[in-house]
Design a protein around this ligand. Structure first.
Ligand SMILES: CC(C)(COP(=O)(O)OP(=O)(O)OC[C@H]1O[C@@H](n2cnc3c(N)ncnc32)[C@H](O)[C@@H]1OP(=O)(O)O)[C@@H](O)C(=O)NCCC(=O)NCCS
Length: 254
């Protein structure tokens, strides 16, 4: 297996959506936010497709493909997907382009609602409970004015999990974050095995986020993770001009 991580293209969208839908089938958040009895996989596909198209221009949306198993680039199977938001400095207002792209995405989602006569099983009240809690958590945790790399999606198809693909997807962004000295942030509603996986990638649990819909039975626990950038410095020695040493220091999150 030869895995390459490349930016998402239009041709990859069906494969990427299949990976996301399968990887999150048993995810606590999806079970909480979607009503299984009215869930429309097709409606969910169209909604994810709109998000993928938006992500091509507005996010760091990448796919992991096995380039050893297929002959032409169109048919490389997508085995993993990740979507990250680039850091948004606190002092920098949202650009008109970003605002417009967000508006186009919302409008497309509105058209999807009309086409399917509803949200396809999405419990919208729970979606907004999650959104509100997410905003509160980020307002408490995000104190770096340079912003954060924010992981929206990371998913590997079930049969390809545990083979290093998730790590490759993470590393394409965390390496860049380390070079820039920017922190990374993600949330997970699934503690086992994700906490262990994220800790291995340098993330530390920051706090728990509870999403409660009325009574105790309808509650969801999220964990928020932060990864502090690993500062690197190249040490150059004049006596050995062809050699540089990489000094690595890890700042622990307080
Ligand atoms: C979380 C996920 C993206 C990880 O991708 P993956 O390809 O399975 O992970 P990798 O094989 O790259 O493993 C990365 C590290 O985690 C470890 N790991 C992987 N699966 C593990 C498990 N079940 N238990 C403990 N550790 C595990 C690996 O050993 C590896 O550690 P190492 O670098 O020390 O060797 C993937 O499992 C997934 O899609 N899960 C379902 C969807 C999901 O929960 N997404 C996250 C939403 S926040």
């Amino acid at each position: 297996m030869t895995i390459e991580v490349v930016p998402l293209t239009e041709d990859d969208i069906p494969g990427a959506i299949q990976v996301i839908q399968r990887a999150f089938e048993d995810d606590p958040y999806y079970k909480w936010v979607f009503d299984a009895s009215t869930f429309s996989k097709k409606r969910n596909y169209d909604s994810l497709a709109a998000r993928c198209r938006w992500g091509i221009n507005n996010a760091i949306f990448q796919v992991a493909k096995d380039t050893a198993t297929a002959k032409d680039s169109q048919s490389f199977p997508v085995l993993g997907v990740s979507c990250w938001m680039a850091p948004q400095p606190a002092a920098q207002p949202e650009s008109w382009y970003t605002w417009y792209q967000g508006w186009v995405l919302s409008f497309n989602q509105f058209l999807t609602n009309i086409r399917y006569l509803g949200h396809g099983g999405l419990r919208t009240n729970r979606y907004w409970i999650w959104k509100e809690n997410q905003q509160k958590a980020q307002a408490q945790i995000w104190d770096d004015p340079r912003g954060y790399y924010f992981c929206n999606i990371v998913a590997v198809s079930p049969e390809a999990q545990g083979k290093g693909i998730g790590k490759l997807l993470f590393e394409t962004v965390t390496k860049q974050a380390d070079q820039e000295g920017i922190k990374c942030y993600l949330e997970s509603s699934k503690n086992v095995p994700n906490v262990q996986i994220y800790e291995g990638m340098g993330f530390e649990m920051s706090r728990e986020m509870e999403c409660r819909d009325g009574d105790d039975a309808c509650m969801l626990d999220f964990t928020n993770f932060l990864r502090v950038a690993v500062p690197t410095a190249l040490l150059y020695d004049e006596k050995s001009p062809n050699q540089v040493m990489l000094a690595v220091g890890i700042r622990k999150f307080a």
